[in-house]
Ligand binder design. Structure first.
Ligand SMILES: [Zn+2]
Ligand SMILES: [Zn+2]
Length: 359
C-alpha cells in the first residue's frame, strides 16, 4: 500500500508498505479523508516527533475493512471518525477513566505509531466513533480540530451572550466562531490573513480585522467598551503577529474576564505580557491543551467532546472544513515538491488542507 512516511525533519516520503494486519482489539481502516495541520508542519520542520519511520496523519475518517479478534465496538463497512489519542491503560489518568490525559501513549501519526495517510491503517477499536447518519467522512476528518473548540467552549464556561475576541483564526478558532454563533455571543476575530478573516465571518463572527492595520486594542475597545468577557488565544509560531496575542489578550479582557489559551507555542509571546494586568483585573486564565476529553462525571465517552462535536456536525451546528480549505487528492501527491507545496499553502493560501484518500 502507498503511505506518506516521516523519515525525519524535512524528509517525508511516499513509500510502499505491506497492508498491516489488525491484532487483538484492533481494526483495519481504509482512510477516506485526512486533515493536515500545523502539528504536521511542526513535524516536517523538526520541532516535534522523534521517531522516524512512522506513517503520518492524525486527523482522519475512514471505513472499517476488517476486525482483529476481540472487537465488538464496530462492524466491517462502518464509517468512522478516528480519535488519534492512544492510551497505555496503566498510568494514573488511564486508571481514573481519564484516558485522553494518558501521560505515556501519545498520538497516532505524530509520536505514538502509524497514522492515516496511507491506503490502510490499523487502529485500536477504542479510537473509533461511528459516524451519525448526517455526518460526512469529510466533516468527520475535521473532528480532531473542531474538538479543541468544543472543549474550550464547554470546559471554559463560555456563556450565552458573552463578548468574545478570537486572536488567531486558525481552524480551532474558526470552529469556535461557529459554536459562539449558536450561543448568541458577539464575536470579533483577529488575524492578519484575509482568507481566515473571510472564513471567520462566514462561520458567524460579527467583525474581523487585521492586527497590522491600526491599533488592535483600540479597535476592540470601540466595539466592546468594557473589554471582552472572554479572549480565546490560538498562538502559532508561523504567524509573526501571534507574538503579540497573549499580551493583547490580557489588555483587552474585561475586569474579572477570562483568557482561554487554546493553542500555545514558544515562550516569546509570554515575555510580552504585563503581569499586572492579570493580577489587578483578577483575570482567569484557562489552558486547554488536552484537545478533547471524556470526563466520567460528564457522562464519559458518550458525552465526551468528540461525540458532542460529531453530533453537532450531524445537526448542522458545526460545518467543516472551513471556507477556503484546500482539498487535494492523495493520488496527486508524488514527491517532495508536492509535500512542500502542501505545507507552503498553510497558512497564507488555505484555511485548512485536507487530503482526499479516495482519489
Ligand atoms: Zn492536527
Ligand atoms: Zn495511560
Amino acid at each position: 500500500m502507498r503511505a506518506l512516511v516521516c523519515n525525519g525533519p524535512g524528509d517525508f516520503r511516499f513509500e510502499d508498505r505491506p497492508v498491516p494486519t489488525p491484532g487483538a482489539g484492533e481494526v483495519l481502516v481504509r482512510p477516506l479523508f485526512n486533515g493536515i495541520c500545523f502539528t504536521d508542519k511542526h513535524v516536517y520542520d523538526g520541532h516535534i516527533g522523534r521517531k522516524p519511520g512512522w506513517v503520518l496523519g492524525h486527523e482522519f475518517s475512514g471505513r472499517v475493512e476488517a476486525l482483529g479478534s476481540d472487537v465488538s465496538e464496530c462492524n466491517v463497512g462502518d464509517l468512522v471518525s478516528v480519535d488519534p489519542r492512544l492510551r497505555c491503560g496503566e498510568c494514573l489518568p488511564c486508571r481514573a477513566g481519564l484516558e485522553t490525559l494518558c501521560t505515556k501513549a501519545g498520538f497516532m501519526g505524530v509520536d505514538g505509531g502509524d497514522g492515516g495517510l496511507a491506503e490502510f491503517a490499523v487502529v485500536p477499536a477504542y479510537s473509533l466513533y461511528r459516524l451519525p447518519e448526517k455526518c460526512s467522512p469529510l466533516e468527520a476528518a475535521c473532528v480532531e480540530a473542531a474538538c479543541c473548540a468544543t472543549r474550550a467552549t464547554r470546559s471554559g464556561n463560555v456563556v450565552v451572550g458573552d463578548n468574545v475576541v478570537l486572536l488567531g483564526l486558525e481552524d480551532y478558532n474558526l470552529y469556535m466562531a461557529q459554536w459562539l454563533k449558536s450561543q448568541g455571543a458577539v464575536v470579533i476575530g483577529v488575524d492578519p490573513l484575509e482568507i481566515r478573516r473571510r472564513a471567520a465571518l462566514d462561520f458567524g463572527a460579527h467583525h474581523a480585522f487585521d492586527p497590522t492595520e491600526g491599533k488592535a486594542s483600540a479597535r476592540i475597545r470601540a466595539l466592546m467598551p468594557f473589554g471582552a468577557d472572554v479572549v480565546v488565544v490560538a498562538l502559532e509560531d508561523y504567524i509573526p503577529q501571534a507574538n503579540e496575542y497573549v499580551a493583547l489578550a490580557h489588555r483587552i479582557a474585561r475586569i474579572q474576564g477570562k483568557v482561554i489559551m487554546m493553542r500555545s507555542y514558544g515562550s516569546a509571546p509570554f515575555l510580552k505580557v504585563q503581569p499586572n494586568h492579570a493580577w489587578l483585573k483578577e483575570l482567569t486564565i484557562h489552558h486547554f491543551g488536552n484537545f478533547f476529553g471524556n470526563e466520567p462525571a460528564r457522562g464519559g465517552r458518550a458525552r465526551g467532546d468528540w461525540q458532542v462535536t460529531l453530533d453537532a456536525m450531524a445537526r448542522g451546528t458545526l460545518s467543516a472544513p472551513p471556507p477556503g480549505a484546500l482539498v487535494k487528492p492523495f493520488s496527486s501527491l508524488a514527491g517532495k515538491a508536492d509535500i512542500d507545496a502542501l505545507f507552503g499553502a498553510m497558512p497564507g493560501q488555505a484555511s485548512k488542507v485536507i487530503i482526499d484518500m479516495s482519489v
